[in-house]
Write a protein that binds this ligand. Structure first.
Ligand code: CUA
Length: 357
């Protein structure tokens, strides 16, 4: 009776796992199993390759087990039967030592080659005749609980939504401002840690434009447990063709000097200048190191605070009580109480910030 129960338990566990694992195939904006770009595709191929080898081992071992299980039954051979003794057999020992070594070598060679290929960032230092860097570099700073993206060659900085051109290598300098985080765009490649004490470098290639995806963006995640809002530390990636990227960069550069004034007749702008501007810039021209996310492109983004629907209502909820949405975030308690009227006006102002409209 007990044995039967155990069997059923195991069976239901497997059934549940099947349902969960089949869900892993997922959507193309976030799934590692639907790679978009060279790194993601290579990582996917490695995954399939190693699983195939492991499956082969499981199949062969299972076959040998079942073979011995049926062939050497006591009911078939009798109580007295002693099979051929093979203890200390030189041939057998060589076979079961050499086969795993060969399998490990087959696994190791492509893995090591790929690892070195993904870590090859020599092109980051290459310059053209005029001394300009030829490769596109983005400095990523992970902060509790948001992401800052600086484009040092272009002199621009943004947050929460990374914009990159398709079909070329984009190089990343990864660091963290406070605790350890990890930069991961599941469908495109990664992950790599953002550390406080050193800069990690790698490259990614974005194989398709994000416009056709469900939300028009790839999803990025923090992949290192970093605090109570770790699971909410998302970012988005907009991938566009080179011409559209250059256009975006020019639009960002054109926001140089843009600011909010306390004297504005617009209540939203005046409130923003009073309560928000100390931490949040509204010009995309600048460098890394801001207290809060740069809001120049806020109206173009896909989410509020990385996770909420992109609407004025979400933004009002966020400004009213950020702690309720992202526990442990650094905005909690940073500004004085605003009236509902001021919150509504400031939300209108922030939603109007855009370089694409
Ligand atoms: Cu940042 Cu997890």
């Amino acid at each position: 009776m007990m044995k039967g129960l155990k069997k059923w338990r195991l069976f239901s566990l497997l059934a549940v796992l099947t349902v969960f694992l089949s869900a892993c195939t997922g959507e193309d904006y976030i799934s590692t199993l639907k790679p978009a770009g060279e790194v993601g595709e290579d990582q996917y191929d490695l995954l399939i390759f190693s699983i195939s080898i492991m499956t082969l081992v499981v199949v062969v071992v299972s076959f040998l087990y079942l073979y011995a299980f049926t062939k050497f039954r006591r009911s078939k051979l009798g109580d007295k039967h002693i099979p051929k003794q093979v203890e200390g057999s030189h041939t057998l020992e060589v076979i079961w030592a050499v086969i795993p070594i060969i399998l490990l070598l087959i696994l190791a060679v492509p893995t090591i080659l790929s690892t070195y290929k993904f870590a090859d960032v020599k092109a980051m230092d290459e310059v053209d005749e005029e001394g300009n860097k030829t490769a596109l570099t983005v400095n990523v700073t992970a902060k509790l609980y948001w992401w800052e993206f600086e484009y040092p060659e272009q002199g621009i900085v943004t947050a929460q939504e990374l914009v990159v051109p398709t079909n070329e290598k984009v190089y990343f300098n990864l660091k963290a401002a406070d605790v350890k985080h990890s930069f991961w765009i599941p469908a495109v490649g990664g992950k790599m840690d953002n550390n406080v004490e050193n800069v990690n470098k790698f490259w990614l290639e974005f194989g398709k434009e994000s416009e056709g995806l469900k939300d028009g963006v790839f999803y990025g995640k923090c992949a290192e447990l970093c605090g109570p809002s770790h699971a909410l530390m998302d970012f988005k990636v907009k991938t566009v063709d080179r011409a559209a990227f250059d256009q975006w960069v020019a639009a960002m550069q054109a926001t140089e000097g843009q600011t909010a004034s306390v004297d504005s007749t617009d209540l939203g702008e005046a409130t923003f200048a009073q309560s928000c501007l100390g931490c949040h810039a509204v010009s995309g021209v600048g460098t890394t190191g801001a207290m809060g996310p740069n809001l120049t492109t806020f109206g173009d983004r896909n989410r509020v605070a990385g996770v909420l629907e992109h609407s004025k209502e979400s933004l009002e909820n966020w400004i009213s009580d950020p702690e309720a949405i992202k526990p442990g975030n650094l905005m909690t308690g940073k500004y004085s109480e605003l009236s509902p009227e001021e919150i509504s006006a400031v939300a209108d102002y922030i939603m109007s910030l855009s370089v694409e409209k």
